[in-house]
Design a protein around this ligand. Structure first.
Ligand SMILES: C[S@@+](CC[C@H](N)C(=O)[O-])C[C@H]1O[C@@H](n2cnc3c(N)ncnc32)[C@H](O)[C@@H]1O
Length: 281
């Protein structure tokens, strides 16, 4: 079911509305990383299709930068998106409340396909890794729905995937990034960038382009603003660049891990005593 609503009202008249189901906290948490995406990939003014968008608090910053949003979600788990949409005036933000497979069948092409943690894709990968203890050579890195969704990207458009759950560690499965490159290639997309958290390398940011390479902005130094540990989500390494190919990276040594664990246990204990809200950073 399609809803066309006013983006400014959806997002509480330009600021995250504490009375809407969006709430301000997630919006604030993801501000820095999403602004980095906007800057590196010039998302200002682009048309963005986001599948499995949920409340779309990451997309808030894209909308603030002047992007036009087309969102999709099943909303099966909570059922609170529809009643919210029904209260809003008609406008420039399109929300398809349905299976993404349905949306991608007829939606017009967009400048950007954005997917941030799509359950069916992540659960599939998680099950494959659990079954094989790593990424099997020859296995498709993406759910078919996401591969098909790449058809919704215009010439010179972008694909941006943020993976949280069910990720594959490229330091132990180095062929995985090449499998991603090849899967995108089959759909006419060139893998531009792949970033991971050095301390938790199964969390990936994958970006590809169709046609001409975009004029890239500053490198990404942080992504996934909701990841609970700031020291992990700000320790980002690039593992693929379309001009350089695969970039080897060294995961933290046992000594570094042990030191980190100790320092963070102390910081958390101190923080939960003196400032409980900061205990996760
Ligand atoms: C982990 S949440 C991510 C939500 C949002 N992108 C974010 O970053 O917070 C995954 C979302 O995928 C949605 N989803 C799962 N299967 C779907 C499907 N077949 N079509 C559309 N949305 C789906 C769920 O309803 C859920 O909102």
């Amino acid at each position: 079911m399609r809803f066309d609503v006013k983006a400014a009202e959806y997002y509480g008249r330009g600021t995250p509305d504490p009375n809407s189901f969006l709430g301000p906290s997630f919006v604030t948490m993801v501000e820095r990383p999403i602004k980095q995406l906007v800057a590196r990939y010039h998302l200002a003014g682009k048309s963005i299709l986001s599948l499995g968008a949920g409340a779309a608090f990451e997309e808030y910053w894209m909308s603030q930068a002047g992007a036009r949003l087309t969102l999709n979600d099943l909303d099966a788990a909570h059922g609170h998106i529809r009643p919210y949409l029904e209260t809003l005036p008609a406008g420039d933000l399109t929300y398809y409340l349905e299976d993404a497979a349905e949306t991608i069948r007829f939606v017009e092409r967009h400048d950007v396909l954005y997917v941030s943690s799509f359950h069916p894709d992540e659960i599939r990968r998680e099950e494959i890794v659990a079954r094989h203890g790593g990424w099997p050579i020859g296995e498709s890195p993406y759910h078919e729905l996401l591969l098909n969704a790449m058809g919704c990207v215009k010439p010179n458009g972008l694909v941006i995937f943020q993976h949280y759950r069910g990720g594959v560690d490229p330091s132990t499965s180095p062929h995985y990034i090449l499998a991603v490159r090849d899967a995108l290639n089959v759909r006419g997309i060139t893998l531009a960038d792949a970033y991971v958290f050095r301390q938790a390398p199964t969390k990936l940011l994958i970006v590809g382009f169709r046609g001409e390479p975009p004029d890239f902005g500053p490198e990404i130094t942080e992504f996934h603003g909701r990841y609970p540990y700031e020291w992990i989500r700000r320790d980002v390494v690039k593992v693929y660049d379309y001009r350089r190919g695969v970039i080897p990276f060294a995961p933290p040594s046992t000594l570094e891990r042990t030191r980190r664990r100790f320092v963070n246990a102390v910081r958390r204990a101190l923080a939960s005593t003196f400032a409980p809200a900061a205990a996760m950073n």
